[in-house]
Design a protein around this ligand. Sequence first.
Ligand SMILES: [Ca+2]
Ligand SMILES: [Ca+2]
Length: 374
Amino acid sequence: MKTNNNRMRNLLLTALFIVTASASSFAVPSGVSGLSNPGSTVCAKDVNGSLWCGLTKSDGTFNVYTGTVPPTTNWGAFPIHGILTIFNTACPQNSIAVDRDGPDGLGGFWLDVSCKDCVATPLGMVAWYPLDETAGTKAHEVIQATSGFPNPQNTTSPLDGSYFGSPVRLTGSYGYVGTAALFDGINDYVEAPSHPSLNFGTGDFSIDGWVKIDNPNDLTGVRVLVEKREQISNLNYRGYSLFLYNGKVSLQLAGGGYANYVSSLVVPADGLWHFVAVTVSRNSTTGGKLYLSQGIQGSFTVQTASFNPTNIMGSLDNTRPLRIGSITLSGPGSLLKGGIDEVQLFNRSLADWEIKPIIEAGRYGICKPCAMCQ
Ligand SMILES: [Ca+2]
Ligand SMILES: [Ca+2]
């Protein structure tokens, strides 16, 4: 990650020049309008071959389009502080990253362009715990972080968490996307305070992360990956829990009553990192989907399992903290024993085409917000 970010920063000035002075070798999609200067258009292809274009408009804002033509996804006219990877011979990694993290620490909006190996941040991310800390008890949340100025590394977020139980930090080649945490199954977990953006109400949501299990014995019973759940009264539960049950990737939805959706996707105890995710479109009978990657970088395969989430329609809102690696009803309990990294939550249901690049990026991960650039 650090290497990527260094490279990004080194290329920043050159990259900005590319935006303003160099037309892409790709054609502007027909049906796209609003250009102030076609020469300022930058197009690129992502790992799936989808065309992305950034268009400078006459009002100075920058639009990003992707998908088929006319664009199926129009991100609209927003000024972005982003990272746009240019697909050309100078960028052997044909990935694209558009990172729009709002105003930068200097109070402006701008576009960073560079060749990067990491991938774009999907829209709707509300919390991101990279677990990159190598020491200390603070688990930074980076997507809602506000840059500390003049030191942009000194960020704070209302969702910042804390490590409990002194988990081992997996650094260097032992980590995954940068540093990762290794929980001992005894007393290790991360806790972050309750926050409105972690309460999805009756709305859609997604959760993802990477896990590594070393020993089959570590998969017995319930092992919580990410949970925010509360028992309001006897049979009244609220919240969500992404967990492993005997290694099976599973979700509990609790909206008054609750339901456990236990899939057939089993995380192998093979010591490899596996991507795990759930996406939930609450109103669709086919709206629940669990994901598990198998294999290693460059040859990942992805298993999925769908479920019907519509038998739990109530609000998930609760006052309990978010925990990574433990239940939140009380506890800690049902503790994860294994590695975990890059936990992310979204207030929408991500599509397959948004999940796939995250998996394929593997240990390059999603491009960190620029406040984290160093
Ligand atoms: Ca990490
Ligand atoms: Ca411990």
